[in-house]
Design a protein around this ligand. Structure first.
Ligand code: GLU
Length: 441
């Protein structure tokens, strides 16, 4: 039974980088008819906030990434304590008393000598009496997992064969001085207890994975399949980390990005499969293959989300957007023609605001100097409203007969005078929606 999890820490809003992780885990579970767990990694009571838990759920619901159940690490502290006891019993856990400043000094010395800054395991050599003395002086220490200094290897679902020398990695701290259990062990205990079979996460976790594999083995669990996706960069390859705050899912939602547009992009970006708009989650699931993703950094351009959103909207029937259209104040009998005309001319639903304002109030005319007389004459021929489906052809026919203009020279100045812009909906379809033509005045 395939089981995956998305394990955000509720210390902020989730962004496109987190979405990549969530989506890959979701798609793997759904493709295998397995289980997708939303795991809230809230072992840090100071930074974890309920408000973020709610926001994460809302974002995932908005996207349709439904989870089968929620687990919270804060409910499972006894499990982590039991695992810590096991590690102590088997001699793989030791207390260390260095202060952060001391550790920093050690690291600097090692770097100066051209050595990797790996914890020197000084605490392992302490006698029981020395430990007691330090405890009396400094209080509780931190608890480190004693790595077995061998090579740690796994076949990564994205990165291929990975081999890390455990001697080049510091024994990880699993319990802080204040007793707080850290993610590294909590995650391992959860993955084992919950039968997680596949873990997909960012490549910033590769070293974690190495240590976690040893912890899982020490605790007698079975090691899941790991895959580490590349980090997202901006369109020029620049680091996105500082900008991720502005790429929160809630902000994209507010800017009018549609879920399927976002999912269509993120489910394929960085893979050998083309990004194509999908209107249905089942298609995204069917075509997903983690093995198609590459290890190179993945360029993400938020601008790509808008044309995809625009194309998605073209598929939507009026029912799907009725609430938004009613909220604009479009009269009920105009809702259908308004949507039918406008859905091909917008990138997001927010663009409807301006189109409706144009229909309701008219647009400030744009008239080139050489067209002034022509437009004035044409306005004299414009029939009284309300306009109908044949208004445009009747009107332009009359203008053509009166002025001799035809083709683009006839239509473009009229479009610009009526709508204030050179592009937009088919004029014949637009005319019946126009309540006011300012150029007429
Ligand atoms: N809470 C961790 C994070 O957000 C989870 C990492 C993992 O998937 O194990 O980085």
């Amino acid at each position: 039974m395939t089981t995956t999890r998305f394990a955000p820490s509720p210390t902020g809003y989730i962004h496109v980088g987190n979405l990549r992780t969530a989506l890959m885990n979701y798609l793997i579970a759904r493709k295998a008819s397995g289980t997708f767990i939303l795991r809230i990694d809230d072992t840090d009571p100071e930074r974890s906030k309920e408000e973020y838990v709610d926001a994460i759920k809302r974002d995932l619901e908005w996207l349709g990434l439904h989870w089968d159940r929620v687990e919270r690490q804060s409910d499972r502290l006894d499990r982590y304590a039991a695992a810590a006891d096991t590690l102590r019993d088997i001699g793989r856990f030791y207390e260390a008393f260095e202060t952060p400043t001391e550790l920093d000094l050690k690291r600097k010395k090692q770097l100066n000598m051209g050595k990797p800054p790996v914890y020197d395991r000084a605490a392992l050599a302490l006698s029981e009496a020395a430990r007691e003395a330090l405890r009396a002086e400094r209080g509780q220490g931190v608890w480190r997992f004693k790595l077995d200094q061998a090579r740690i290897e796994w076949d990564d679902g994205i990165l291929g064969n990975i081999s890390i020398d455990a001697a080049s990695v510091s024994d990880p701290v699993l319990i802080r001085q204040d007793g707080q259990v850290l993610y590294t062990i909590a995650s391992v205990v959860d993955d084992t207890d919950m039968g997680v079979t596949h873990v997909v996460r960012g490549s910033d976790h590769v070293t974690n994975t190495a240590t976690q594999i040893q912890i899982i083995e020490a605790l007698g669990g079975s090691v899941p399949s790991f895959a580490h996706h590349s980090l997202l960069t901006g369109p020029q390859g620049e680091a996105l980390s500082k900008r991720l705050g502005t790429l929160a899912l809630r902000d994209l939602r507010e800017r009018g990005v549609q879920p399927m547009a976002l999912l269509s992009l993120m489910a394929r970006l960085g893979s050998s499969d083309p990004v194509e708009l999908r209107t249905d989650m089942a298609e995204l699931i069917d075509g997903f293959d983690i093995g198609h993703f590459g290890s190179a950094p993945t360029k993400f351009d938020e601008a790509d989300l808008f044309p995809l959103t625009g194309r998605y909207l073209q598929y939507l029937p009026l029912d799907a957007v009725r609430a938004e259209i009613d909220a604009l104040g479009v009269p009920a009998d105009m809702a259908e023609p308004f949507w039918t005309v406008m859905r091909d001319n917008i990138e997001t639903l927010h663009d409807l605001d301006a189109w409706w304002a144009l229909c309701r109030d008219g647009a400030d005319p744009v008239i080139d100097d050489e067209d002034r007389e022509f437009v004035a004459e044409a306005m004299g021929l414009l029939p009284e409203g309300p306009f109908a489906a044949d208004t445009w052809s009747t009107w332009t026919g009359a203008v053509k007969a009166a002025t001799g203009r035809k083709g683009r020279g006839l239509f473009m100045p009229l479009r610009k005078a009526v709508t204030g812009q050179a592009h937009g909906p088919d004029m014949a379809a637009l005319m019946p929606l126009l309540q006011v033509v300012k150029a007429r005045a």
